[in-house]
Design a protein around this ligand. Structure first.
Ligand code: NAD
Length: 251
């Protein structure tokens, strides 16, 4: 199986920690040059770049707020200036602003939709043109099992993540003739700052009860799926939604 990404250039949004960091490191370990996008944490992004280059990989940290379309051009320009092209976009950056719908503030709706859905749509739009020139591209969007099942207290997040699935399928249809595939990954319950900050021990144990594999997933397990979908080995896979969730959504 051909998982070698040598010569490919990838942008990973929100790559200074968590799942994004694991994806950036895994793509680089497979040979891709990686743009480590971050919003605020310059030191953390620099640490990811250092970890990649220490292993002989190629990486560059680029600051850009995915919620702000003005910064998309900056991200794209920095990528092509450093590495000459862009082949793989991993839409990973995401936020939560949890609240029951009846208590949810307008700003909690807007912030989540702006970053998790609108930002992804507009950044993908910006990146598709250079991919079309190369007649090859991979758009891999990190949705969530919450986008499949919904979740009390996360109506904003669930709406955005479900929206990403329809968005990814639409991109797959529009871009199939251009050699560009688009797929969505739905992580289940993954051990990162996002889950650690948001959940009590009790909630974690409750969630584990619903996972057939009976454990939280690791960021590297999402990264493995991304590397596969980014590779030539996945060239016949597009418009799909892959749950990497320990079996949580199989029933
Ligand atoms: P995390 O909070 O640890 O990391 C998210 C990263 O995105 C952070 O580095 C953050 O700074 C960055 N980010 C947020 N807004 C941004 C913006 N506007 N521009 C640029 N970067 C921005 O979260 P994580 O757990 O690593 O999650 C990564 C992705 O996986 C998210 O899309 C999340 O919704 C999704 N996901 C996570 C889980 C889980 O269990 N952890 C489950 C399902 C889906």
């Amino acid at each position: 199986m051909q998982l070698d990404l040598t010569g490919r250039v990838a942008i990973v949004t929100g790559a200074s920690r968590g799942i994004g960091r694991a994806i950036a490191e895994a793509l680089a370990a497979s040979g891709a040059a990686v743009v480590v996008n971050y919003r605020g944490s310059e030191a953390a992004a620099a640490e990811v770049v250092e970890a990649i280059t220490a292993k002989g990989g190629k990486a560059l940290a680029v600051q850009a707020d995915v919620a702000d379309p003005a910064s998309h051009e900056i991200l794209l320009k920095a990528t092509t200036e450093a590495f000459g092209r862009v082949d793989i976009l991993v839409n990973n950056a995401g936020i939560t602003r949890d609240n029951l719908l009846l208590r949810m503030k307008e700003s909690e709706v807007d912030d989540v939709l702006q970053t998790n859905l609108r930002g992804v749509m507009l950044l993908t739009k910006a990146v598709l043109r250079p991919m079309m020139k190369n007649k090859w591209g991979r758009v891999i969007t990190i949705s969530s099992v919450i986008g499949l099942t919904g979740n009390a207290g996360q109506a904003n997040y669930a709406a955005a993540k479900a929206g990403l699935i329809g968005f990814s399928k639409s991109v797959a249809q529009e871009m199939a003739s251009r050699g560009i595939t688009a797929n969505a990954i739905c992580p289940g319950f993954i051990e990162t700052d996002m889950t650690r900050n948001a959940m009590s021990e009790e909630l974690i144990n409750k969630a584990l009860d619903r996972i057939p594999l009976a454990r939280m997933g690791q960021p590297a397990e999402i990264a493995n799926a991304v590397v596969f979908l980014a590779s030539d080995a996945a060239g016949y896979i597009t418009g799909q939604t892959l749950a990497v969730d320990g079996g949580m959504t199989m029933y």
